[in-house]
Structure formats: C-alpha cells, structure tokens
Design a protein around this ligand. Structure first.
Ligand SMILES: Cc1cc2nc3c(=O)[nH]c(=O)nc-3n(C[C@H](O)[C@H](O)[C@H](O)COP(=O)(O)OP(=O)(O)OC[C@H]3O[C@@H](n4cnc5c(N)ncnc54)[C@H](O)[C@@H]3O)c2cc1C
Length: 356
C-alpha cells in the first residue's frame, strides 16, 4: 500500500512512521525545515500528563502514548522523555477537576498522590498555597523534548523507507501536487495543522490564534527535575522548572490575537507576559520579576463549533475527517492545542483506520 502524508509536525511525522513501520510505501511532504518556529510542534519542550479529569478515553490515550514515547526512545536511542512529575494545584473553591482526575487515574492504576498544600511545599523552593484545597501529584508525568521527538519520528520513518519531500503541497483532483510533481497513493492524509483551512476551507473553519510560552532566568534551586512540572487547570496555566537550561517555563492557554502563519519571528503578546507574571506573583512570588530568557510564540486553532462531527475524535481532541468526495483522502488535525502528548496513540489509531 502507498500513502502520501502532508505535514511533518508531530501528527504527520508520527503517522508516516507508523505506516512505514507497517510496511507501507510512504511519502511525507513538508513545506518547512525541521524545527521551523511556524509549526505548532516546534518547541523546547512539551508537557506530557495523563490526568484528564473524568475523561477515561483521553486518560487512556495519554497513558498509552507515554508508553509509546518510551518505545520510540528505545527504537532510536534518542533521549526524549524526562519523568519529572507534574503537580496540579487544586483550588479550594472548586477542586473537582483534580478530584475527578485522581479517581480516573486510580481507576486506571496510574500512580497519583494527593498532597496537602503544606506537604506540597517541599516540591518547590517557594509556594503560596493559601487558596489551595490540595495538590495532585502525577509522579510519572513529565516533559518531552519536542523538537528532538519530531526529529526522532522522522528519522525512524526514513529508516523504514519513508521518503521526505520538501515543498508546499496542494490538493489536485485525486492527487497531491508539489511543484511540478504529482503524487498519487492508496491513501492521502493532510496533517497540516493551522494551514488546513486554507487548503480545505469547505471542511475546516476556525480562528488561528497566537499563544506564547515564556521562559525565565531563575536561581538553580528552580531546576527541573528537582522541581516538577506544574499546572492550574481551572486557570489554564501550566509550566515547569528550568529544564536543561531552558529557563523556568510558564504558558497560559488563553485566546491571543490572530497568528500570522507566514511569520517565523512573531512579536510576543505583551499581555500574555503580564498575565503570566501576575500568576507568578500569586503562586511563586519570588519569580514574578525574573528576567525573560526567551518566548516561544505558537499557534492554536479554535475550531468553529458548528463544524460537523469528525469521523473519529482522537486523543487531544484531534479530529480525523474523511473527505466527502474522495474516500481515500483524510484530514487529520488538532482543535484543542494539547495533542503533542497523544501523538503516538493517534498515529497507531489512524494507521488502523487507513488499513481498514
Ligand atoms: C503554546 C502551546 C503550548 C502547547 N503545549 C503543549 C503541551 O505542553 N503538551 C501537549 O501535548 N501539547 C501542547 N501543545 C499542542 C501541540 O503542540 C499541538 O497539538 C501539536 O504540535 C499539533 O501538531 P500538528 O502536527 O497537528 O501541527 P504542526 O506542528 O503545525 O504541523 C503541521 C505541519 O504541516 C505543514 N504544512 C502545512 N501545510 C502544508 C502544505 N501545504 N504543504 C506541506 N506542508 C504543509 C506545516 O509546515 C507543519 O510542519 C501546545 C500548543 C501551543 C500552541
């Protein structure tokens, strides 16, 4: 069987590898160089958690993906995943997401600890806990080297025969057009991230917004893994200590301005940094004025809620949609902004759908 996959972000690269390892002849088309800042998968690190509230399907997807990320490390020899733990700050006024997560994790036999705020103080050099009910610790959660992980997927795909073609693809009848080259295949998958709606405006609609992750220069006591990754679900803020010299990480999952998909050097949104520092002033006050080391400006797609249901909803709320006029053509994409961790399970599920 022959497949063309367009887009070598974590979803396209993961799928190309899964198909190549299953004996398919795969061509993976990508418009940019590896590590280009315009793709959503480009980052120093992404957080890998299993907790998903009461959602058992997402919990299982994240758990299986973590196993598969470790398998990728064994297959390629690349060091990608660091099990630094993740602490969730459960607010006193509504700790329900963390309570649901604990019950679901326990039901799936995933180790998890419920710490009193006082006990959680040992995890951080400083922690203001007067608004917390408890802290939920996922000891096996962690951070993954995102750029290295995508590279490892690509290298393993190539080692199993996948061909990487550099260029900008467009749909052309039942083929994929890349410059003067036309590619036909038994299955075509467009895994084009935020670019999908330009290519298939009739099937994908949404707003592409910019989101920034801030890295701060902090004292050595804030280094991860001594300091775990952390998150406040209700406030949509996550981060980690200084991992490998990247700097202390903080990102807010908030609606930013429209992202310019053509620009590699986007201007960070000043309000994002101000809100991140406001959060630090409450939780880790000694870091509120720490010097900025770097900012990663990335994009997320807020999908139009009126879009029809996808054919399959995968981990990270990633959608798999079959083209209504060409049954061997599929669109694979993310409408949630937390798909990185789920990518290996998504790849295996989509491969099975394509085979079927
Ligand atoms: C600020 C931020 C923080 C995040 N943090 C986390 C986290 O901690 N944990 C987590 O699990 N997830 C996280 N995510 C989400 C995660 O990064 C994304 O869900 C994931 O990277 C999406 O991957 P993708 O392959 O769909 O998209 P992309 O990485 O954008 O890949 C799409 C690719 O398609 C290519 N392409 C598009 N059109 C064409 C064309 N016509 N021809 C050729 N190539 C084309 C693009 O160049 C690009 O390389 C975060 C996202 C953001 C924005």
């Amino acid at each position: 069987m022959k497949a063309v996959v367009v887009g070598a972000g974590v979803l396209g690269a993961g799928l190309a590898r899964a198909l190549a390892r299953s004996g398919w002849r795969v061509t993976l088309v990508e418009q940019y160089d590896p590590g280009d800042a315009r793709r959503a998968s480009t980052s120093r690190s992404r957080l890998v958690r299993v907790a998903h509230g009461s959602d058992v399907a997402q919990t299982r997807s994240a758990l299986e993906s973590r196993r598969l990320w470790r398998q990728l490390e064994r297959d390629t020899g690349a060091a990608l995943y660091s099990e630094v733990g993740m602490a969730w700050f459960a607010p006193a006024d509504d700790p329900s997401w963390e309570e649901d997560s604990r019950r679901t994790l326990e039901g799936e036999c995933v180790p998890v600890e419920q710490l009193s705020p006082g006990d959680a103080r040992r995890l951080f050099p400083e922690l203001v806990d007067d608004d917390l009910d408890h802290v939920l610790l996922e000891p096996h959660a962690g951070v993954i080297r995102a750029d290295a992980a995508v590279r490892a997927l690509l290298e393993d795909a190539a080692a199993h025969g996948a061909e990487l073609l550099r260029g900008c693809a467009t749909p052309s009848g039942s083929e994929v057009k890349v410059g003067s080259v036309r590619l036909g295949a038994d299955r075509i998958v467009w895994a084009c991230g935020a670019w999908a709606q330009k290519l298939f405006p009739e099937l994908v609609r949404g707003t592409v917004i910019q989101q920034d992750v801030l890295y701060l220069t902090v004292p050595p006591a804030w280094a991860t893994p001594a300091v775990p990754a952390w998150g406040a679900y209700a406030e949509a803020v996550t981060g980690a200590g200084d991992f490998g010299g990247d700097g202390f990480k903080i990102g807010l999952d908030v609606a930013g301005p429209p992202a310019d998909l053509e620009r590699r050097d986007r201007n960070p949104v000043l309000e994002h940094e101000a809100r991140a520092r406001q959060y630090l002033a409450r939780r880790f006050p000694c870091l509120a004025s720490a010097p900025r080391r770097a900012v990663e400006s990335c994009q997320t797609v807020l999908l139009d809620p009126l879009l029809p249901e996808p054919d399959l909803l995968l981990g990270g709320e990633v959608r798999l949609v079959r083209h209504p006029e060409r049954e061997f053509v599929w669109l694979l994409g993310d409408g949630s902004g937390h798909a990185f961790k789920h990518a290996p399970t998504i790849a295996a599920s989509v491969r099975d759908v394509l085979v079927a």
